[in-house]
Design a binder for this molecule. Structure first.
Ligand SMILES: *[C@@H]1O[C@H](CO)[C@@H](O)[C@H](O)[C@H]1NC(C)=O
Ligand SMILES: *[C@@H]1O[C@H](CO)[C@@H](O)[C@H](O)[C@H]1NC(C)=O
Ligand SMILES: *[C@@H]1O[C@H](CO)[C@@H](O)[C@H](O)[C@H]1NC(C)=O
Ligand SMILES: *[C@@H]1O[C@H](CO)[C@@H](O)[C@H](O)[C@H]1NC(C)=O
Ligand SMILES: *[C@@H]1O[C@H](CO)[C@@H](O)[C@H](O)[C@H]1NC(C)=O
Ligand SMILES: *[C@@H]1O[C@H](CO)[C@@H](O)[C@H](O)[C@H]1NC(C)=O
Ligand SMILES: *[C@@H]1O[C@H](CO)[C@@H](O)[C@H](O)[C@H]1NC(C)=O
Length: 389
């Protein structure tokens, strides 16, 4: 996924919703951390991609890193649903998560990304989507993508969902008005995302939205934009208080550490030099706009630091798997550390080469890259050894 080069520590400008499962209670789920007491469901699609990584390490007799890769296979990460055709992945994921819930008797939280806005990736072009605003894309997005997406989640009342909505999009609006295609996409993005927020409301939805980071980023502009979109959603539901979000997702598909030690020199002028400081800096602006100051923070590829030349480097940066998903965040602002970007899926045909080989196109598997993520993981991945015949 493309992040604009203008945005240093950009996260998603999305919304994370959680549709909790248990019967609706008087207290709304957005008032509690939806990750607490849940198992981060590990989907089979990503685990399947990683089978070749296990095999590659084993072929080199590297049983330690093969075993570490098995740990990644069991670590809950997000399923990216990025097209109408991809909606079928929701059903597969729900079926598997239900089976896991029955098997383990432990409530599962299913983590999904919703990513198919018209004029998607307006600044970058690495991750353009199937809809364009020039072609009636907004209506198609609503009817053929968002509606069935919301219906599938609402029907699975026995599971909890955390959804990151349209990562990057609002961030692009805020920081890339100088890009004509982004400026023109503003209204489409706002209407599309407001529609998603309105549609994904359920009796016990908890919402989270995300924040862009930039060395000199204007938090007020971000908070104002988020507040505007939530208010639009409010209007769409026609109910006062009828559109709620849980909070914001940050560092999605990016590489910033939760807590920097040492602080990277290229962040010199920013109070948001790591994700925890970003959350702390943005929180009062959100609160002042009547938005919830709760965060989930992607650390899927933040395990190796200070490998970038500039803060804005976003494409296939040399990295390791980072802090595994946990609610033990030591911050009342941060609901959970998550792994949002599936490590190994390329950001685009850009960034450093490995052994002289350039990355494949966005979303495609890059085996050498994921092997480096395993080896460079910080904290190191605990190995999972399995009995072999
Ligand atoms: C990955 O390997 C595991 C263990 O051998 C197997 O159960 C699973 O079906 C494989 N997944 C895919 C997609 O091949
Ligand atoms: C891996 O170990 C086996 C058994 O010890 C050995 O026969 C084989 O040559 C080794 N392969 C590599 C790539 O080192
Ligand atoms: C700009 O956005 C409008 C919808 O708001 C759309 O009708 C128009 O085709 C877009 N222009 C371009 C160049 O994409
Ligand atoms: C919501 O609706 C009210 C009343 O019609 C209107 O004044 C307000 O501008 C709308 N807000 C947004 C963000 O569309
Ligand atoms: C930051 O710059 C100082 C002075 O050039 C250097 O000594 C230090 O190693 C740099 N720190 C990092 C994390 O790169
Ligand atoms: C939030 O509002 C309070 C009270 O109006 C004000 O003192 C404070 O400076 C505001 N904070 C931010 C970050 O805007
Ligand atoms: C929270 O603090 C504990 C105790 O110091 C530490 O073990 C843990 O790693 C911290 N969590 C994170 C996400 O940094």
């Amino acid at each position: 996924m493309q992040l604009t080069t203008l945005i240093a520590a950009l996260s998603a400008a999305g919304i994370t919703t959680a549709l909790p499962s248990v019967a609706p209670r008087a207290e709304d789920a957005q008032d509690v951390n939806p990750f607490l007491g849940k198992n981060y469901f590990a989907n089979s699609y990503y685990a399947g991609e990683l089978n070749q990584t296990v095999d590659a390490f084993l072929a080199r007799n590297d049983s330690l890193n093969a075993a570490r890769t098995r740990t990644v296979q069991k670590t809950g990460s997000f399923v990216w649903v990025t097209s109408v055709a991809g909606l079928s992945n929701i059903k597969t994921t729900i079926d598997e998560a239900r089976a896991e819930q029955r098997r383990t008797r432990k409530p599962q939280i299913v983590q999904l990304v919703l990513y198919d806005l018209p004029d998607r990736d307006c600044s970058g072009g690495q991750s353009g989507g199937e809809f364009t605003s020039a072609n009636g894309g907004l209506e198609l997005y609503k009817k053929t993508f968002v509606d069935p997406y919301a219906a599938a989640l609402k029907a699975a009342w026995d599971l909890t969902f955390a959804v990151i909505v349209e990562p990057d999009s609002l961030g692009n609006l805020i920081t890339n008005q100088n890009v004509p295609f982004c400026a023109n996409a503003s209204s489409t993005y706002e209407q599309g995302i407001a529609y998603v927020i309105a549609k994904l409301q359920a009796p016990n939805i908890a919402f989270t939205s995300s924040r862009p980071t930039k060395p000199h980023f204007n938090h007020q502009l971000a908070a104002d934009e988020f507040a505007k979109v939530v208010a639009m959603a409010q209007n769409m539901t026609g109910t006062r208080g009828g559109a709620k979000i849980r909070g914001f997702s940050t560092d999605v598909s990016n590489y910033n550490p939760y807590i920097a030690d040492p602080r990277a020199n290229y962040t010199e002028y920013s109070n948001s030099y790591d994700e925890l400081h970003y959350a702390d800096s943005l929180a009062p602006y959100l609160t002042n706009n009547s938005l919830p100051a709760h965060f989930i923070i992607d650390q899927g590829r933040s395990g190796l630091q200070n490998t970038r030349d500039t803060w804005g480097d976003w494409c296939n940066v040399r990295a390791g798997f980072g802090i595994p998903p946990t609610t033990n965040t030591n911050s009342s602002l941060v609901d959970s550390i998550v792994w949002a970007k599936p490590g190994g899926e390329s950001d685009g045909a850009c960034g450093p080469t490995i052994n002289g080989v350039l990355a494949p196109n966005a979303g495609l598997w890059w085996e050498s890259y994921v092997e480096a993520l395993v080896v460079n993981a910080d904290p190191p991945l605990a190995p999972t050894y399995t009995k072999r015949w």
